[in-house]
Write a protein that binds this ligand. Structure first.
Ligand code: SAM
Length: 357
């Protein structure tokens, strides 16, 4: 049985007044009732449209069927069943030794609590808990949240609380956690709000992360760069698979997206300056920016973007390393030979560490 109440709060009234009933949590302050489904309290107002990172529905399973399979054959074998040829190896991403290398940037100790918003297939949750941290795992996809719950149960990790919730309305007490991780998630935050301004939703999402952090608590944000050099050469933007879209102004990007997909461009990413601006706007300070190399999912190095020639110097060290489709020879050459200090604006990914004042 997972322990729910430590640090959780009612997402409606934000009070720490939840009590456990039979298969539900009840708020004694505002009387809201939240069912517990597949072991996870459900704090969503409406079911999310997101098929989650597992995307099992697109692979011919429904949530229940997939969870039964996970219980029967174990989470590793179940993950392998969802693997599609040509896509990144999901099991490797979960187990990869660099999956939680970013934790070293956050000044945590074994008593610290980290919230992973948009935990997906649970690689960060699993490894952070194995390193002894307390973890609150949040996802708005039912299948992802329940899969992570089953995974930590099978691994007997009892310092993890898994909930089904939206990052813009966290069921967590204010000023209560040491760190928040947002890895490959902010760009999806507006996907359930097609009629809203994506930047406003992303700003709300970051402000909500700030609310739950303690004073001096750290946010870790890892995400794509809208200004990646590859996009200028027609490499499709990875979230919507459209070329050039992240390089366009908002109105042109919306028109392009409407014409090709029938809805606005919601998966908004930013340039380096754009990220710095939205993080400061959300109330964070001491923003450190990095190029997570070779990519933000499994970074084996964080190259500081505050050091003028850091990107160029590091790219020169990669000359004899193998490259892949995300980080190819063309990108490497650009970063090596671009004028001093310019490469930082064109890397594929960024990582940011910032603090709640
Ligand atoms: C690309 S996956 C990344 C998963 C994981 N962080 C990782 O690095 O592997 C994005 C995940 O974020 C979840 N997500 C997107 N927006 C969210 C939101 N507003 N609140 C909670 N989860 C969200 C999706 O359901 C999906 O599981």
């Amino acid at each position: 049985m997972q322990k729910f109440l430590n640090l959780l709060a009612c997402p409606r009234c934000k009070k720490a007044s939840l009590v456990e009933g039979d298969d539900q949590l009840i708020c004694t302050n505002c009387n809201a009732v939240f069912e517990i489904s597949h072991g996870c309290p459900v704090f969503l107002k409406e079911k999310s449209h997101s098929s989650g990172f597992l995307g099992v529905m697109q692979r011919g399973f429904d949530t229940l069927e997939f969870l039964e399979l996970t219980k029967k054959i174990g989470w590793r074998a179940a993950i392998k069943r969802t693997q599609v040829e040509g896509e990144p190896d999901k099991l490797n991403e979960i187990n990869n030794e660099f999956r939680t290398s970013f934790l070293d940037l956050l000044d945590l100790n074994p008593h610290s609590t980290i919230v992973d918003i948009g935990s997906g297939t649970g690689g960060v949750v699993l490894q952070a808990a194995q390193k002894g941290l307390h973890v609150i795992s949040i996802d708005r996809s039912e299948v992802d949240a329940s899969f992570v719950r089953e995974m930590v149960k099978q691994e007997r990790l009892d310092r993890v609380t898994c909930v089904l919730a939206d990052g813009i309305n966290l069921p967590i007490q204010s000023n209560s956690v040491d760190a928040v991780a947002v890895v490959g998630v902010l760009e999806w935050a507006a996907a359930d709000y097609p009629n809203e301004n994506p930047r406003e939703i992303q700003l709300e999402f970051l402000q909500e992360a700030r609310r739950v952090l303690k004073k001096k608590g750290k946010l870790y944000l890892a995400i794509e760069n809208a200004n990646f050099i590859g996009y200028y050469l027609g490499r499709p933007e990875p979230h919507c698979r459209l070329p050039f879209i992240s390089l366009l102004d908002d109105s042109s990007a919306d028109k392009f997206s409407m014409a090709t997909r029938g809805h606005k461009y919601l998966e908004k990413t930013y340039t380096l300056d754009g990220y710095l601006e939205i993080l400061l706007n959300a109330g964070f300070e001491k923003v450190e920016s990095y190029w997570p190399s070779p990519n933000y999912r499994t970074p084996n190095a964080f190259v500081s973007l505050e050091i003028g020639d850091g990107v160029k110097w590091f790219a020169n060290n990669l000359v004899n390393e193998p490259t892949d489709s995300d980080f190819d020879q063309m990108t490497l050459s650009f970063l090596r030979f671009s004028p001093s200090g310019l490469g930082r604006y064109f890397t594929r990914d960024y990582a940011f560490v910032c603090e709640k004042p």
